[in-house]
Ligand binder design. Sequence first.
Ligand SMILES: [Zn+2]
Length: 425
Amino acid sequence: MRSHTLLLHSLVSLGLSEASQLKTRGWKFSGSCDQGKQDVIKTELKHAKELVDTAAANVKDGVYYDTFFAQSLRDDPNFSTKVSNVFSKVSKMLDDANHDYDFEITCDNNTDMCKAKYYAHMGDSKKRMNFCDVFFSPSGGIKPTQERLDKCGEITLKEAQWSRSSILVHECTHTGFAMDPEKRTLDYAYGFSANYLLPLGKWNRDCAPYKKAGKVLCPDPNDPKKEGICDAEKSAENADTYSFVAAGVGFSKLCKRAIPLPPAPSAKRALSRRAECPADDAIPFDDGADEDFNGSGPVGKCGLDIEELWTCEPDTNNLYGRMTITAPDGNVLYETGGSTRSPGVPIGDQQRPTIQEEGMSKGLQVIAEHENDYIQFYYGDVAWTSGTTEGEATCKLVGDNWDTESPVQCDQGARSRRFQCQYPC
Ligand SMILES: [Zn+2]
């Protein structure tokens, strides 16, 4: 019994899904990134670290800090230190010897975000940064950092920021580690024009091609269901803002030349609202702070992300779930808390838990079965399983399935697999 408890304890302390291998790096690759992709990512992580290290130490160098953060923010004498600290935190994330924020790097091109043609996305709740195939494509608008550095003499900040390392900086600020946990950055503005206008209080998010119904970030006071002018101070909570400042300060240092801003966009205060929109120069390369469900599912669907664990305990009592349930607007309704005692919620046929939290009109029942090897879900009248791929409620396997042929070996840790599901709610 004692060794059993110890095993569970060590499973948890190691991070359950990779309990059988010791972590040696602050970030690690999943099997989905082949060697070529790993090499590209490693190179860009190094470049990104160089950018943020330079920016952390010289945050006010050049025009970038003044350009991209609102005056009212900069009036606070402590603000530049706050910004510098964000860059230091991002540096820690990118540092493979630092374990303050360990995350997994995946190259799964089948996510909804990748299908929506995004470059990369960060999942803070799962501590995972996923890269889509287009990130590696030479024809994409986002170029290898070295390619930009080879043109040090000609690039403007727009090109510098459209580099893979600058995207990495952007993604890292979508975490509660780099920012305050409550203030993870969002994507109020992408691209130079919008990021130039945002701190001036002139960025009308209604202009953004990437705005989404049902996910309004800058509500128009006259019609809160519509996007309007963003508060200038949102520049402190906008991912691309940090990316622009890091790219500006970092590339200027590397290029030994102040990287110039491109021509300022004009956002005329004209009578017609369209005239307020700057020319679109954005590549919306990701989708906000948490990739798993935000904006990807049809409106009215809740998201369920479940990691299923199979321990070496007796068959009646060896299936567990670690779950995140999200509302259609992306708000987290329920999350299985971390515990050093248990690998998750027992979800076996004998346990059949029902989860109901504030914001859930019904209880979600979860029953994991060894026979047929699936998880059964019930929410009100809707029933589906982890194997259901069509209909109003569906699931899909993320990553590899587990091996059902051989028994779980106690000395090898728990088996796990992961499903992303959505259901009407
Ligand atoms: Zn983003």
